[in-house]
Design a protein around this ligand. Structure first.
Ligand SMILES: [Zn+2]
Length: 328
């Protein structure tokens, strides 16, 4: 049984796009035997960390467990979608409910509202259950072709071909994964309709607030709008944290993709890509963040950032259909 494996080596390193599509389609659709929503949550966690891989295409179990926990916390606690497995209670549900009850956390609390120490504790419990129930299962379904994993080193190594594929077709993959995950949750829980769920699943990994990033950015850069240079005053609602590459594409909140902006620019930019000239500016801005080596918060937030990543992200978002270019 593949889910009992402690190490999974990469088989078939060389894959054609059509091979990858075939495996993806089988894994996501009902043809693949699955009793829980774990595979979808792992897929969403991989997508959230696509630009966080190191040079060896590795992701740490901590990175993935953080995304995975956030997804389930928001589904289980916030949206009360308790059934995530056929027949029995999924282990991740038990873990999350126990922590919620023990700390009397109200359901309005989304994951990023929980304090850091408790988040860490929860993520480490979920990480342990992912080792037992998650990595081996999807590995088996993809016949070892998508990634390798190692429970001792706690790393997952993406097949470079699959990584490339996910970057090329990110938007389609996100939509497919959300759709199939929503369809399965709908079967397992009593909900009005799949449309009701799809919106929830689409935004499940989204933070309720970027104010933590706002504080960091205000500490290290001038309080000016990144796009129009207007000075941002401290008045409430005046300063926004904007995803340089739209969230709907990048599906994650990395500080190197976040900028301060005024209300007007933030609203008019919305889901669009900024003019290419701004790419140079954000590269410079990120360079200045990396320079703050003495500050541990920044060093951690900028871990795995490379200049080429934001350039890739920009180009891939155009490839994926974000071709309306905005300027202030
Ligand atoms: Zn502005």
């Amino acid at each position: 049984m593949s889910h009992k494996l402690k190490v999974g080596e990469l088989r078939e390193a060389y894959l054609l796009e059509e091979d990858i599509w075939r495996v993806f389609t089988v894994v996501l659709s009902s043809k693949s035997a699955k009793s829980s929503t774990y595979k979808y949550a792992l897929m969403k966690s991989l997508i959230e960390n696509l630009y966080q891989v190191n040079e060896r295409h590795e992701l740490s179990y901590d990175q993935l467990a953080y995304s995975f926990t956030k997804i389930y916390w928001n589904l289980i606690v916030h949206h009360q979608l308790i059934n995530q497995n056929r027949g029995k209670i999924a282990r991740v549900v038990t873990i999350i409910k126990e922590v919620q009850d023990a700390n009397s956390i109200p359901p309005e609390f989304v994951f990023d509202k929980i304090d850091d120490a408790l988040q860490l504790k929860l993520v480490s419990k979920v990480k342990a259950t992912m080792k037992e129930n998650v990595y081996g299962a999807l590995y088996g379904d993809t016949r070892g072709s998508f990634y390798a994993f190692d429970h001792k080193k706690e790393t997952l190594t993406l097949n470079p071909k699959v990584h490339q594929f996910m970057l090329n077709y990110q938007r389609l993959i996100v939509n497919l994964t959300n759709y199939h995950m929503a369809a399965m949750i709908e079967q397992l829980n009593e909900v009005p309709s799949i449309n009701y769920l799809l919106g929830k699943v689409e935004s499940i990994a989204k933070r309720s607030s970027l104010s933590a990033f706002e504080r960091v950015l205000l500490t290290y850069s001038k309080a000016d709008c990144f796009y129009c240079q207007k000075t941002l005053t401290g008045v409430k609602r005046e300063t926004h944290v904007d995803h340089f590459i739209p969230w709907s594409f990048v599906q994650s909140d990395h500080i190197w993709n976040l900028v301060l902006s005024c209300n007007r620019c933030n609203t008019s930019k919305s889901d669009k890509l900024p003019e290419r000239a701004f790419l140079e500016y954000i590269i410079k801005r990120n360079h200045s963040l990396i320079e703050k080596k003495e500050d541990e918060t920044i060093t951690n937030l900028m871990k795995n950032y490379k200049q080429k990543k934001i350039v890739m992200l920009y180009d891939y978002s155009i490839k994926n259909g974000f071709d309306t270019i905005w300027s202030p």
